[in-house]
Structure formats: C-alpha cells, structure tokens
Ligand binder design. Structure first.
Ligand SMILES: Cc1cc2nc3c(=O)[nH]c(=O)nc-3n(C[C@H](O)[C@H](O)[C@H](O)COP(=O)(O)O)c2cc1C
Length: 313
C-alpha cells in the first residue's frame, strides 16, 4: 500500500496527501479545525471569513439528499481574527489555507493585508464565487472587470501564495476570458468549482422547497455536480499557465472520483458535501480507496496520470 505516492505540492507548499477539506465543510469552529488538524487530510482550509463575525442566513439553510446538497448559508463565520489567532498556540504540521470572502473590494484588501502579517498561514484562497450573498449582485467570479481590478490591487502588496476559488463556468467564452485574466497575475492555484448556484430541491410530500433563504434557491454540491467540476478542472488545465495548480472540488465521494479529478488535471482535491455527510473519518477512507485505485491501475504516483485524460478521436 505505502509504495503509492499520493503526496503533492502547490507552489512549494508540500501536502503529504492530495486530499483536503473544501471551504465551508466542517471548518468554521475551533473544534472543527482541531479535528481537521488531527485527521489524515493533507492540508486544511478554513470556512471563508469576513472581517467581522457573521451569523449567516436563517435556518434551515442546508439540506442533503442521496445525490447532493443544497445550501444558502450566507457566510456564517467567526471573523478573520479568530482564524488568524487560532494557530498561535497550536503545534501543527500540515499546510493551513485561509479562505477569505470580503463583501467589497475594500474588505477583500483588508483581509489580504491582515493575513499577510501571519506566517502560520501558508496560502490564501480568495472566494470569488459565493453564490448565497446579496442576490442582486453578480457572483464576483462572473464579473470579469471587477476580478481584474481587484487582483491588480491585491498584487501591489501581497506576499502570500494566492489561489482563487472559482464558480462553475459553462461556455468557452467565459473559460477564455477568465483564464486570460488569471494568466496575467502571479496566482499559485485555482480551486474549481464552488457550488452550482440557484438550484432548487423539492420535498415532494410537503410540495415545498427545503431551505428558507432566497425563496429556497441555493448552491448545489455533492455527487450530482461532478461532471461540471471535472469539465472545469480540465478546461482550466488546458488554458492556465502550467505553474498555476488546479485544486479539483465538486462531487467527490470515492477514491475513483479523486482519480478522475487528477486525470483531468487536478494537483490536489477538496471534499465538501461528502465530508459533511460522513464526518472526519472520510479522509482515511478516501486515502485508502485512492491508493488501491492507483495500485490497480499499475501506477505508483499521482504524477503518472495527472492531466492525461484521453479524448475520443
Ligand atoms: C454547507 C456549505 C458551505 C460552504 N461554504 C463555502 C465557503 O464558505 N467558501 C467556499 O469557497 N465554498 C463554500 N462551499 C462550497 C464548497 O467548498 C464546494 O466548493 C462545493 O460544495 C462543491 O464541493 P462538493 O461537491 O464536494 O460539495 C460550501 C459548501 C457547502 C455545502
């Protein structure tokens, strides 16, 4: 078993396993973060934070079923200072990624500035894709001018490795536009995809929606979104500079799913819905399944097949 190498690196940050949690999945509180530190995840990412604590949307705001999840959490988080100081008195060995999600340009700049002062933070993931905040405003990831202006400002002073959490894209025009922008900046990675926005799940007995905010519309995650996550990983693998790593996220429930993400070009993967469903032991299960899957394919490392997806001729 242990001859199979599932370690990876993202911009010189070494992960002993390529599997980690997705932002928002059981990574908001001290207890949840301590659990992740003790687990076999290769790295940890926090809940997307804002400058000040947020309670988020009214409940029920998360619902799961066999094929996926729907949520409209509204960014409940303990505020950036909690996440920055959380690490102060803790000994830990794995990379720690801070996810930030300012609600304005000014707030995003402040969050980046604050985190630059903390050497314990290995990398920042800028959440440009929150689907559940202020429904009148576009998701930042779909507003190409605004992304470009914000990145311009961030890279005037930022010294940390930065990744961007992207929303799902569905057409080539969008893939090309966002890739052209990202290729201009010294970003280290992209994570794709965030939840697919504006889904509805129906409780057929009650003939009703299942979450309260936004009239029941919410971001969809889990098994059901895997084909879109894979297509985004693969598109960005071909369009982005080769030094920009891709963290695949979306629909992962098994070692085989992780193999597929890596085949599409992912350097590491994040697990959201299935982690919430199954709890912390998922990291051992996925690791074992991935190792067995790779072994059965007669490979010895994830680098043997990363990005090698064949296309039907
Ligand atoms: C309850 C919940 C909360 C989430 N919160 C965040 C968040 O704060 N920041 C973020 O970038 N993504 C957030 N996401 C999106 C996940 O990180 C992930 O991109 C998405 O769920 C797809 O992965 P999955 O199919 O493994 O669930 C959240 C997802 C769920 C289900």
């Amino acid at each position: 078993m242990d001859k199979i190498d599932i370690s990876t690196s993202i911009s010189n940050i070494k992960l002993s396993s390529c599997i980690m949690n997705a932002s928002g999945a059981l990574c908001s509180t001290e207890i949840e973060l301590l659990n992740l530190l003790k687990s076999s995840s290769g790295a940890i990412i926090t809940k997307s934070c804002t400058n000040i604590l947020r309670k988020g949307n009214l409940e029920p705001r998360y619902f799961e079923w066999k094929l996926g999840s729907i949520n409209s959490m509204g960014l409940p988080n303990l505020g950036i200072d909690f996440y920055l100081y959380f690490l102060e008195n803790i000994e830990f060995k794995k990379p720690f990624f801070l996810s930030i999600s300012g609600l304005s340009t000014e707030e995003n700049l402040l969050l980046v500035e604050k985190s630059n002062a903390f050497s314990n933070i290995d990398a920042l993931e800028l959440n440009f894709s929150c689907p559940n905040i202020n429904t009148n405003k576009k998701i930042l990831g779909y507003n190409f001018n605004e992304i470009s202006n914000l990145l311009e400002k961030i890279f005037e002073f930022n010294k940390k490795p930065v990744g961007i959490k992207l929303p799902p894209y569905f057409n080539d025009d969008h893939f090309n536009k966002i890739s052209n922008i990202l290729n201009k900046f010294p970003i280290s990675f992209v994570t794709c995809i965030n939840s697919i926005p504006n889904g509805i799940f129906i409780d057929i007995n009650k003939e009703s929606t299942v979450i309260r905010p936004n009239n029941g519309f919410g971001g969809i995650g889990g098994k059901i979104i895997k084909p879109f996550a894979l297509s985004n990983v693969n598109k960005f693998y071909s369009l982005l500079r080769k030094d920009i790593s891709i963290i695949g996220c979306g629909g992962i429930t098994s070692g085989k799913d992780i193999f597929e993400h890596i085949l599409c070009g992912a350097t590491a993967v994040q697990v959201g819905t299935q982690f919430i469903k199954e709890g912390i032991k998922i990291f051992d299960r996925l690791k074992n399944e991935l190792v067995s899957f790779i072994k059965n394919k007669d490979y010895s490392s994830i680098n043997n097949f990363k990005g090698n997806l064949k296309k039907v001729k």
